[in-house]
Design a protein around this ligand. Structure first.
Ligand SMILES: C[S@@+](CC[C@H](N)C(=O)[O-])C[C@H]1O[C@@H](n2cnc3c(N)ncnc32)[C@H](O)[C@@H]1O
Length: 278
């Protein structure tokens, strides 16, 4: 999607209605709730000194849910940032393009998120690669990135069509492998607003791009199997168990929990027990 269109689409009226339309509305509230749980967990692991940057923060909704955390946002849309400022008056909010590495200091952030498929507003795969490289650069050495991603087969086709990443292992005529690396799609809203040529790399390709920089890259599935996110860390670690525990209703600990993960699980379990008894 072209920057001019991003700015045109995300105008004052759109920004004003954004949270009620795309975050707390009936279609998205479960997704939002699960994402807040994941962020809560990641932030609590880092403790009270955690520093969190939300890239393409929009109206700053997610940031506003954690007032106790040192945090900042970055977005290209002045209209979206106006709302973010209203909700988060005391924090740094940077207006600019997530392609621009110089906007953010290197190695400053423990957690970097980029919510609601904001990467798919990039105009090319190279721009998505730049965004991922920037996030790597902006994170501390043991920093963690959380990026919800679009799963083209499920989110765009409602599960009716599966577009394989590897289209052909041995291509006819010229040989070699054929990969369908990304899907380009447009959303023309009933009010006439346009999201033209959104770029969605296949999930496998997103993981490959992250793996060029990060030593751990995992996909988490949440909100009843309708949404996916990438968790990436510069250093080796395991996310999957804690995320499946956090995003399901189950209170049974899964195997291989680290001491921190296990203590978080116990905390949650005890809170549930207390709640049941009171
Ligand atoms: C779908 S909204 C998501 C907003 C927010 N992350 C959320 O989950 O509510 C996409 C956001 O990406 C921002 N955006 C799009 N392209 C951008 C770019 N190149 N640099 C920074 N922000 C961008 C838009 O202004 C918009 O606020």
């Amino acid at each position: 999607m072209k920057i001019e269109q991003v700015l045109e689409t995300y105008d004052e009226a759109y920004a004003e209605a954004y949270n009620n339309t795309f975050l707390t509305d009936i279609h998205s509230q479960t997704k939002t709730k699960h994402e807040l749980k994941i962020l809560t967990h990641l932030l609590s692991e880092k403790g009270t000194e955690a520093r969190w940057l939300d890239v393409a923060c929009g109206t700053g909704y997610y940031l506003s849910c954690f007032p106790e955390i040192q945090r900042a946002g970055l977005d290209i849309s002045p209209a979206m940032l106006n709302i973010a400022r209203r909700k988060n008056p005391e924090i740094p909010l940077i207006q600019g393009n997530f392609r621009d590495k110089s906007l953010v200091k290197k190695g400053e952030w423990d957690i970097i998120s980029s919510m609601w498929w904001a990467y798919s507003f990039a105009e090319s795969i190279s721009e998505i690669e730049i965004l991922i490289a920037n996030i790597f650069d902006w994170l501390t050495d043991d920093g963690v990135c959380f990026m919800p991603i679009c799963n083209p087969a499920k989110n765009l086709y409602s599960g009716q069509t599966n577009i394989p990443y590897v289209a052909c292992e041995n291509a006819p005529a010229y040989g070699g492998k054929i990969l369908v690396t990304a899907v380009i799609w447009s959303w023309i809203e009933s009010n006439g607003k346009r999201h033209d040529n959104m770029l969605v790399p296949q999930m496998e390709y997103m993981v490959e791009m992250f793996k060029k920089h990060f030593s751990t890259v995992e996909i988490v599935e949440y909100a009843n199997g309708f949404y996916w996110g990438i968790l990436a860390a510069k250093k080796e670690r395991q996310f999957t168990n804690i995320c499946s525990e956090l995003t399901s209703e189950s209170t049974t600990p899964t195997a291989n929990l680290s001491p921190t993960q296990y203590s978080n699980f116990l905390n949650k379990f005890i809170r549930k027990l207390f709640h049941l008894r009171s």
